[in-house]
Design a protein. Structure first.
Length: 309
């Protein structure tokens, strides 16, 4: 963000100081640099909102989904480039503007992946107009009233093009997009599970960064090496005590919400494991008695004073 702001300021100052024909940089770079600086500033504000309790969870979920999307798109980029090259080869000779060059074909394929297929205007109408022209049916009412036939867009290889469109519909909008949705739902559940710990860690990091900029004399007054607490003493010290009580309650609530510290769940798990072990032991004893196998289980129980349930 800082680099974008510096570049935008440099271009703006250069445009103000010099005339258009004597400027160090082109005037065409001023507005794009300002747009980039504005975007990066608001994006940085959005990322910094992770530290707040109310909206930090949603920002964390958005960033997790964005990371998953970038990883999946990097993996499936070969498939997207394959369809881009296929449509470019098939439709570049048909006067299609969006398929005239490879970058435009890539953008058009990406928009088709998001649902902007435009099948009628991009594929069907050019094919139908070409079909009527090849069969010398240009004097029919359908050809005359069809406004799309006035354009020069055509489909030179209709069978291969429509086959490729069908394969594209199966591979990209159905399989790939649904895979992205499934991965996004899984990442949302994982982000909700770990959002509390992430928020606490970011708050600690933020407080540490703030302490680095505070003067040492102020820190010596605030930091206390020894604190004496009297639990049975009424400590009503006015407005400051009233405000500090809410922060203390919030810290206690955060400590209670941290996963993995519930003692009751641990005790319940241990009891379940003990009952399963006892049940398996009784089943093994019954199996050995049925098979008339002599074991040392009873002798061990008598030696340690344990009675079989």
């Amino acid at each position: 963000m800082n680099i974008s702001c510096l570049i935008a300021n440099f271009f703006q100052i250069t445009a103000r100081l010099y005339k258009e024909n004597t400027a160090v940089v082109s005037y065409d770079l001023v507005n794009p640099s300002l747009a980039n600086a504005v975007f990066m500033g608001w994006l940085y504000l959005f990322v910094m909102m992770r530290r707040f309790d109310a909206v930090g969870l949603y920002v964390s979920m958005f960033l997790e989904i964005l990371k998953t999307l970038l990883r999946v798109l990097f993996v499936f980029s070969a498939l997207i480039i394959a369809f881009t090259l296929a449509f470019f080869v098939l439709l570049s000779n048909g006067n299609h503007v969006m398929f005239s060059t490879f970058p435009l074909s890539f953008v058009r394929t990406f928009t088709m992946m998001l649902g902007d297929l435009d099948f009628m205007n991009s594929f069907y109408f050019p094919y139908h107009c070409d079909y009527m022209e090849s069969n010398k049916r240009t004097d029919t009412r359908m050809y005359i009233n069809m406004g799309e036939c006035k354009y020069s867009r055509r489909v030179p290889h209709p069978y291969a093009t429509f086959t490729m469109v069908c394969v594209f519909l199966v591979f990209i909008p159905i399989v790939m997009v649904n895979l992205l949705i499934g991965l996004a739902v899984g990442d949302i559940a994982l982000a909700k599970k770990n959002a509390q710990l992430k928020r606490l860690s970011m708050q600690v990091q933020n407080h540490t960064n703030i302490e680095k900029f505070l003067p040492a004399c102020l820190l010596r007054r605030v930091n206390k090496a020894l604190v004496i607490e009297y639990p049975n003493m009424n400590k009503n010290k006015g407005f400051i005590s009233f405000i500090s009580r809410f922060s203390r309650d919030e810290r206690n609530q955060d400590a209670r919400q941290v996963p993995g510290v519930e003692f009751d769940d641990v005790v319940k798990c241990v009891n379940n494991v003990s009952s399963d072990v006892a049940e398996m032991k009784s089943m093994m004893s019954l199996l050995c008695s049925r098979l008339k196998i002599q074991t040392g289980i009873a002798e061990d129980e008598e030696a340690f004073g344990i009675s079989a349930s």
